[in-house]
Design a protein around this ligand. Structure first.
Ligand SMILES: [Zn+2]
Length: 72
């Protein structure tokens, strides 16, 4: 789903995705999360930011799963 390497510069970014998406889903600004993880090249940041739509879907799905699992 998320590419292991940046298409442009080849930096390994796949192992950063889990942390990125968990922090963003908790309300942190994506730009700040990328800064703090050391993703400074614009080509690599674009890889994360261009997947925001997918992450929104995952957050919705996770919320739905939680609702289903919650006791009545
Ligand atoms: Zn890059």
């Amino acid at each position: 789903m998320f590419p292991v390497r940046c298409f442009t510069c080849g930096a390994v970014i796949g192992d950063k995705w889990e942390e990125y998406i968990s922090r963003v889903s908790q309300g942190e600004p994506p730009g700040k999360v990328l800064d703090e993880m050391g993703i400074r090249r614009y080509c690599c940041r674009r890889m994360f930011l261009s997947h925001v739509d997918v992450s929104d879907e995952l957050v919705k799905f996770a919320s739905m799963a939680k609702l289903k699992m919650a006791p009545p």
